[in-house]
Design a protein around this ligand. Structure first.
Ligand code: FES
Length: 173
């Protein structure tokens, strides 16, 4: 290959390389899911902050039902008795999840034996100690976890959700 062809070949490869990188790179200001950081922050700001319980009232492995962010979205508050992933409160052991199975929306039940939420529909299981990670079954995503805030008096508030609730295009309707 003479010098002229080598230069033309190199330029073509450089151009293709830049084009490929350009095609894969997200547009400026975009993040995963196609929302810009500002759009994500705006979406988060739409979540209501709602008190759902008190640390002193929770017993280990005794689930407390509540709804969030609206009455059409059942959820469960759990105290697991030891620090867990994304756990809130002084012991980092308080978590909350949607109880609608992400597969087809069956209502989940808590299994204290392995700290999982279990679906009676097609038997998916979600690990409450690992942020709702799916550990078995037909579902194709982890369970929506509700982010909690705990104040100095032990009041627990639901403040946002990390995944889409089953059947919704937007968590806040
Ligand atoms: Fe829960 Fe199918 S609805 S696994």
């Amino acid at each position: 290959m003479d010098e002229r062809h080598r230069t033309a070949d190199l330029s073509r490869r450089q151009l293709l390389g830049v084009g490929a990188i350009g095609a894969l790179a997200p547009a400026a200001g975009c993040s995963r899911g196609g929302l810009s950081r500002r759009e994500s922050e705006e979406a988060a700001s739409f979540y209501p902050s709602r008190m759902i319980g008190r640390v002193a009232d929770l017993k280990v492995d005794v689930p407390v039902a509540f709804v969030y962010p609206d009455p059409g979205s059942p959820a469960v508050l759990l105290r697991l008795g030891h620090p867990v992933l994304r756990g809130a409160g002084p012991g980092r052991d308080i978590v909350a999840f949607s109880t609608l199975c992400p597969h087809k929306g069956y209502p989940l039940g808590f299994c204290a034996a392995d700290r999982s939420l279990v679906c009676p529909g097609h038997f998916s299981r979600f690990d409450c100690e690992l942020g709702g990670q799916q550990i078995w079954g037909h579902a194709t995503q982890n369970l929506a976890q509700i982010k909690l805030a705990v104040d100095d008096e032990g009041a627990i508030s639901a403040v946002s959700i990390d995944e889409l609730i089953y059947g919704r295009l937007h968590n806040v309707l």
